[in-house]
Design a protein around this ligand. Structure first.
Ligand SMILES: Nc1ncnc2c1ncn2[C@@H]1O[C@H](COP(=O)(O)OP(=O)(O)OP(=O)(O)O)[C@@H](O)[C@H]1O
Ligand SMILES: [Mg+2]
Length: 243
């Protein structure tokens, strides 16, 4: 593992949310591929932004590839979540953002295949970056062949090994068949499932860590959480997740 600014090498970085780190088994592993999957509104983007923020605070450089929003809206959203000086990181080039305006694209299998190839090419050649966030892969993956999705995940896993980068991919579970999901589960180093559940007539967001780089999870791999302005993810007491 390479040294960061002369500091000793480290194998994981914090999300800057101690409760979240604890549920993750210590933080986000470096040189890894992490898949976050969940339905619309389950918190994929918020979690991805929390991970980006944690990486920046660990002096890592982040490349955020968004298919959902504009640069300005992303920076605003992160500010609203309490990551107040995110614009400074952006201006200093520590937080780089690429956006793909997926809604203006006339999608078909050929377009999706070409975009997946471009994304693969881009990621394989990305320099000066420690963490890559793809939020989300859904618009491309929904029109892609299953084998192309699996191949893309394999490419990101290879990039993790060869360049020590951490790649986080968010995706909607509805587009994955159980066979593809099982294959992605085995390729990724970390898999986080997000769900919206109804508990005592209240909507709750629940996160389940299905896998995280060889760490064994007993009992506390599940957490209910809320998204709070100025605070980001707030992990609720364990009793909420078990309810
Ligand atoms: N900047 C923010 N400040 C406060 N709340 C937010 C912020 N961004 C998102 N939220 C809230 O957090 C919840 C999760 O939103 P998020 O965008 O992370 O979901 P998602 O899983 O990415 O959804 P989608 O699949 O539609 O992209 C929503 O209720 C949303 O209103
Ligand atoms: Mg999102």
């Amino acid at each position: 593992m390479e040294k960061v600014n002369g500091n000793p090498p480290f194998t994981m970085f914090s999300t800057l949310n101690p409760e979240l780190d604890r549920r993750l088994g210590g933080g986000i592993p470096r040189a890894s591929l992490i898949m976050i999957y969940g339905v619309n509104g389950s918190g994929k983007s918020v979690l991805a932004q929390q991970i980006a923020w944690g990486a920046l605070q660990s002096n890592l450089t982040v490349r955020y590839i968004s298919t959902e929003t504009t640069i300005r809206a992303l920076l605003r959203s992160m500010e609203r979540l309490g990551f107040e000086n995110i614009s400074d990181y952006f201006l200093k080039g520590k937080f780089r953002v690429n956006t793909l305006h997926s809604k203006s694209i006339k999608w078909n299998r050929k377009v999706a295949k070409q975009l997946m190839s471009c994304l693969t090419y881009f990621i394989e050649r990305l320099d000066n970056c420690d963490v890559i966030i793809i939020d989300s892969l859904t618009p491309i993956a929904i029109h892609s062949n299953e084998s192309d999705i699996v191949e893309f995940f394999s490419c990101c896993r290879k990039v993790a090994d060869e360049t020590c980068k951490t790649t986080v991919i968010t995706i909607h579970p509805g587009i994955l068949t159980s066979v593809v999901f099982t294959r992605l589960l085995s390729i990724a180093d970390g898999v986080i499932e997000l769900k919206i559940v109804v508990s005592s007539r209240k909507l709750l967001r629940v996160m389940k860590i299905l896998k995280m780089s060889g760490r064994e999870f007993i009992g506390e791999s599940i957490a209910a959480f809320e998204v709070e302005p100025h605070r980001g993810i707030k992990v609720l007491p364990l009793s909420y997740a078990k309810a």
